[in-house]
Design a protein around this ligand. Sequence first.
Ligand code: AMP
Length: 182
Amino acid sequence: MSQTPLQRALSLIADVPDYPKPGILFKDITPLLADGPGFGVVIDEFARAIRALNENVDAIVGIESRGFILGGAIAKALEIGFVTVRKPGKLPRDVYRKEYALEYGFDALELHKDLLTKGDNVIIVDDVLATGGTALACHDLVHITGASVVAHLFMLEIEFLKGREVIAATHPEVEIISLLKA
Ligand code: AMP
């Protein structure tokens, strides 16, 4: 059976076993990003999915670092703003900070305080949904500003890690959209 352009694009995501440590199957999106038509069709599909929500969206929030590549292109396609959520210590002005648990230890995400405000509606974008910890931390960080999260968008969802359930447990109202389930 012939593939749709979107299926062809998503098939370019490479599986890398045992990276960055034994037992992890890393989903490498760089071959897809390097393919012009493939990258284009994926961004078009994200934009189509956002328009289909029929919600007023003020900004795309991208999670460092692959969320920046996707989120920036989606924001341009929709002609709305792009907001960076970064790993600790990267942003030069006053930030809100949200810590979250990793398998071993903690990490944190930061957001410049003045980029979002009460009443803003945003969509959070990242490449891969795994355990959901990163997306949930970003969601909670956005909430500190008073803004609302309309949806989470991912290129790929690793279903057995149940990140969808983790986000929905505390935010059952939010849409969770992934272009591919693995
Ligand atoms: P998590 O917080 O477990 O949902 O992990 C999501 C974040 O880690 C995203 O920013 C992903 O880019 C990255 N990530 C986690 N697992 C993988 C994986 N198997 N392949 C590629 N990226 C991953």
